[in-house]
Design a protein around this ligand. Sequence first.
Ligand SMILES: *Cc1c(COP(=O)(O)O)cnc(C)c1O
Length: 305
Amino acid sequence: MIKKVETIWLDGKLVDWDKAQVHVLTHTLHYGLGVFEGIRCYRCQNGQSAVFKLQEHVDRLFDSAHISQITIPFSREEIFQAIIETLKANKLQEGYIRPIVFIGDGEMGLYVKDYPVRVAIACWPWGAYLGEEGLRKGIRAKIASFTRHHVNVGMTKAKICGNYVNSILAKKEVTAMGYDEAILLDTEGYICEASGENIFIVKKGTIKTPPPTSILQGITRDSVIRLARDAQMNVVEQRFTRDELYIADEAFFTGTAAEITPIREVDDRGIGRGERGPVTEHIQKTFFDAVQGKNEQYKDWLSYL
Ligand SMILES: *Cc1c(COP(=O)(O)O)cnc(C)c1O
């Protein structure tokens, strides 16, 4: 259950959490055309709170809207400030932020000329998405029978609401079998990404992640590539197969919700020694140091409240 806070920003105003409601004929509810973001705010070592890569998330929200031909009735700067305002109004020191741009009610059918575009920004406290233990020990993943969207079907660069039916089907399928997360292959059979995370493998010191073709290009993914390169590690963006994943020394997922989560098992095969590996642990440490403002080098990744 979401831990509720006081207010939600809706169409330019803060409203009571319980009053932030929409009509059942809300267009997005019927057809899935809407775009969203997932952002995290961390309590930093100096006691202040900061949003991680806020500008990048706002920019991706606008990119997702552009791909979907939705015109957001606010500027980037207004949305940026609204996110800060919502966090402050709720006195949230640490948590998750969910902006969503959706089509309101008033029109129905697939072709609507003048969409009523609405925007909501909610935030709430949210811990480790795949569990605290998962962060330390790693999780068990399974390759789902569902394929990731074809690049000419799902618009994979955009966080479009309707795209996530595919993710939900995959996640449900594998969790019903007792696994923690689903890995999806692309339409050509190569490893693509997880239901809501990007994937990395480590083999003989080289870090590999699928190129940004049919993946959602994660902001955490970009951060990890930078952290690894800054630590003089070799990172390549290259396709790989499921058997290459099976024989990797280490594997991990990245995402705003999942942060850096080690993968200890895929399809009942242990990855490496079947526990969090040293490269993954190093990346996790540098990532958490960066988001908590402990490393000067990455201070421009943070927007303090
Ligand atoms: C959001 C998302 C990710 C991770 O992106 P971040 O920017 O790191 O949060 C990866 N894959 C999918 C399908 C996503 O929706």
